[in-house]
Design a protein around this ligand. Structure first.
Ligand code: HEM
Length: 119
């Protein structure tokens, strides 16, 4: 892991319009929007698998094919979700419901999400 969690906490301000971080007990670590899935415990989670969230079919297919979020896949995905899914699935028509692209700081956000996630 190469990122800086304190820097990542600041970068996460760009994510929270769409993503909350809410633990298993329902406590808000970050009170965020509901356009995207809860990112608590995202590290090690199968892509497209947060219970109750209505994902696009392509990220669900990627998860069913074995995509799990780790630093490498997370950093590549948040830089350009659609391009990542297209390359990962080998499908030039693949779509992403996340249209936001993070230009820099993904390693830091990753470190932050690890730091607030389950032990
Ligand atoms: C999905 C991270 C910003 C909307 C995801 C996923 C990750 C992620 C890791 C996959 C989750 C999973 O498989 O359960 C981030 C980070 C952000 C960010 C780190 C900030 C840097 C945003 C923003 C929006 C958004 C600003 C809304 C404008 C979504 C949506 C999905 C998603 C709708 C579901 C994608 C689909 O079903 O195809 N995000 N996100 N995200 N995110 Fe974000």
């Amino acid at each position: 892991e190469s990122g800086d969690a304190a820097a990542g906490e600041k970068v996460f301000k760009k994510c929270k319009s769409c993503h909350m971080i809410q633990d298993a007990a329902g406590e808000n670590i970050v009170k965020g929007g509901k356009t995207g899935p809860n990112l608590y415990g995202i590290v090690g989670r199968t892509a497209g698998s947060f219970e109750g969230f209505k994902y696009g079919s392509d990220i669900v297919a990627a998860g069913e094919g074995g995509l799990v979020w780790d630093e490498e896949t997370f950093v590549a995905y948040v830089a350009d979700p659609k391009a990542f899914l297209r390359e990962h699935l080998g499908d030039d028509g693949a779509k992403s419901k996340m249209t936001y692209r993070l230009k820099k700081g993904a390693e830091d956000v990753y470190a932050y999400l690890v730091s607030v996630g389950p032990a």
